[in-house]
Design a protein around this ligand. Structure first.
Ligand SMILES: [Fe+2]
Length: 291
């Protein structure tokens, strides 16, 4: 276990996101996880600087991209999944509960009639526990709702990509107040992940370090020993009380409204207006509170 795969992290300092390329050393088959499309809110311009770094890595190592995996519909960055797919192929996939997220946000943004909240924008929707091969590696998709109803974690041969369920031990856990988010559900999802073997490596999707350099790799054992929100001994009730109190203090993420409307489309821009330009919508006084 672990000796025959390569995990390459890509840290985006603008959104504190860590994307990954995971590859099977024996066959060069690879998956890209949670790629970032750069977006400048002030100018409305997207760019592919971050995604192109992943692309260069894939090309340099001659990798065959089978999958572009999203852990969830991110609220802090736009997804580069479709851009990367155009460059290197692979199926864009997410958890099947994305349908609920799509239905919620179709309503909020009043999206066009033919945007169907059925997940068809993605190439594949994972069910809980679904397994697939990445070259010789076995991958298991795990449903870990709570941060959003659709969050997935991906277990690749003893390496767990946890998305936004958990952060590094000194940072804790993700908020649970987005539409469809739920703190008790998040607690149960996290306990499920923490029931994996203690040596399981954990790779987080964000880091918000205070007084140290960004980091993204930990283990189940380290999380159980020292995660500030969910280490062993913290009950569901204690966690839920902490999460609710903390979430009440958090602002809406800067890129939530732009990000979600791209990410429920699997990284596709909204259909262009009759002048050929694609627009994002900002609903006024509709997102009055979270959730
Ligand atoms: Fe998130």
């Amino acid at each position: 276990m672990n000796s025959h795969l390569t995990i390459e992290p890509f840290f985006d300092p603008k959104t504190w996101t860590i994307s990954y390329v995971v590859s099977d050393d024996a066959t060069s088959h690879a998956a890209i996880l949670d790629p970032v499309l750069d977006f400048d809110l002030k100018s409305g311009r997207t760019s592919t600087e971050s995604a192109d770094q992943m692309l260069a890595y894939v090309k340099e190592h001659g990798l065959i991209v089978d999958w572009i995996l999203e852990t969830h519909a991110h609220a802090d960055h736009l997804s580069a999944a479709r851009y990367l797919q155009q460059q290197v192929g692979g199926q864009v996939a997410i958890g099947e509960h994305i349908r609920e997220v799509q239905a919620t946000f179709k309503k909020l943004y009043n999206l066009e009639r033919n945007f169907l909240p059925d997940g068809s924008q993605f190439d594949h929707l994972f069910t809980d526990g679904e397994t697939f091969k990445l070259g010789t590696l076995e991958v298991t998709a795990l449903l870990v709702p709570g941060h959003t109803p659709a969050d997935m974690a991906y277990l690749v041969d003893g390496n767990l990509f946890v998305g936004d369920t958990m952060f590094m031990p000194d940072v804790g856990t993700a908020r649970a107040d987005f539409p469809g988010g739920d703190a008790p559900t998040l607690y149960r999802s996290i306990r499920r992940l923490l029931s994996l073997p203690p040596q399981t490596k954990m790779f987080v999707c964000h880091d918000y370090p205070k007084g140290r350099d960004p980091a993204w790799e930990t283990t189940v054992a380290e999380q159980r020993a020292s995660n500030i929100h969910v280490r062993d001994g913290i009950s569901e009730d204690e966690f839920v009380a902490m999460r609710k109190a903390r979430d009440a203090t958090l602002e809406v993420p800067t890129l939530l409204l732009p990000s979600i409307q791209i990410n429920v489309r699997a990284g596709q821009m909204p259909p262009a207006d009759d002048n050929g330009v694609s627009y994002l919508k900002i609903p006024l006084n509709a997102l009055t509170k979270l959730p």
